[in-house]
Design a protein around this ligand. Sequence first.
Ligand code: UDX
Length: 482
Amino acid sequence: MADLQPHVVMLPFPVQGHVKPMLMLAEVLCHAGFRISFVNTDHIHDIILGNIDKSSFLSQFPGFCFLSIPDGLSPEHPRDISSIIELFTSINSTGKIMFRDLIISLLRQEDLDDKETWQAPCCIIADGIMSLAIDVGVELEIPVITFRTYSATCTWVYFHLQKLIEQREIPVLEGNEDIDGLVTCIPELEKVLRRRDLPSICKCEIDHPTLKFFLEQTSKMKKASGLILNTFEDLEAPIIRQLHSIYSKVYTIGPLQALLKSQLAGSPPIAAPATGNLRQEDRTCIAWLDRQPAKSVIYVSFGSVVVMSRDQILEFWHGLINSGKPFLWVIRPDLVFGDGPNGLPEEIMCPTNERGYVVSWAPQVEVLAHCAVGGFLTHSGWNSTLESITVGLPMICWPLIVDQKVNSRCVSDIWRVGLDMKDSCDRSTVEKMVRVLMENQDEEIAKSTTKFANLAQKSVMEGGSSFCNISKLIEDIRSIQS
Ligand code: UDX
């Protein structure tokens, strides 16, 4: 009989910034010989499978199986930031029932293609805000490991939401004159985190459904048998130590992009890796970058969910033009509320502009590593932040929502790998920040970016902290199996 390998069910939260790291972890585990049932919502499932060469990917990873469940929303319902609370709610009701049924059928081995080599799942790895998996895991007696796709620091802040309410730090009010005052009730962050830097959820009134949702998620997350984070020891050591007060097992395995690369080194190249990209990349920007001088271009991207006004876009545009630096800018069709990019002046959208190049979606990881790119103007999503740190690229942060304001504070005041431009984007500020960054006016930033890039690479190499932690995770899952 063929050797039986551990079978793990993986459940991401269905948006770009959460699916991508989960998929990278799945590929690492699959490479280690695990069987993976990767469960997307139907909506994300169709997009992902449309974006990869499924047959060559699956032939590379024969232990990989994509499954899907409904998210409970009608097909035409928007699944963007404006309706995120509906998505949370419906997944945790309808999605939960479907996920439970799916796990039951996998436990009975009904949905397994090849019963010779696949066996019932031994554990679930679920996104930290998919607590439905914890409920199902408790009921069906199957261990759940939670994967919070934010930084350790932001994860730690979310664990203090209740304390922040008790200390009346929530709601953070716009125009509050104490907005620059320090928040002193979160250990390790007493001297650095200001009210201004708290996650956007902290602006909610205490009875707001979104705040209640996150309070419930973080409380259920604590019942998981371990915590996985896409970060590395040398970046967030003091906070990781604090998280050990909640979990006996904390697996920091980032940067996942680099870990995946190092784990697959020496294996035959994957014909069609699943990048987790939910949009089509415009690769023409690489040819444009190839024509630019080394370290001359500032790359501008606000991730996959942030939306901004036409006026804000114009301020960025003038700031970039006035800085005199060439730029590569990702303007998604849904980035601008109102008219969308159609309402923007032709000069902004014109892709052949000599001073800049605009695409609707870039091959970001490749762009960040391109020798022509010298800086990154970012919304401070965690994936973007970590991808930038990994290649030693300094950042200008313009955070808006969820975890981004915490990340940007860490970038500017803890790790010193960039500048924080939060809460303002007038053209003169943009121009000034771009000049400071691109002309290397801040020596400390140059030193720190190199230092952390080296530490990030070291962490995923043999003997490094993330390398050891992924081995530990693999070993722990194997021990559940046996
Ligand atoms: C969301 C939240 O906004 C973010 O704050 C949270 O940390 C994760 O979930 P998103 O806005 O998409 O994520 O930002 P980010 O985490 O940076 O992830 C974006 C991903 O898309 C990155 O991996 C990036 O490489 C990729 N990307 C982005 C592209 O491949 N091309 C692009 O043009 C833009």
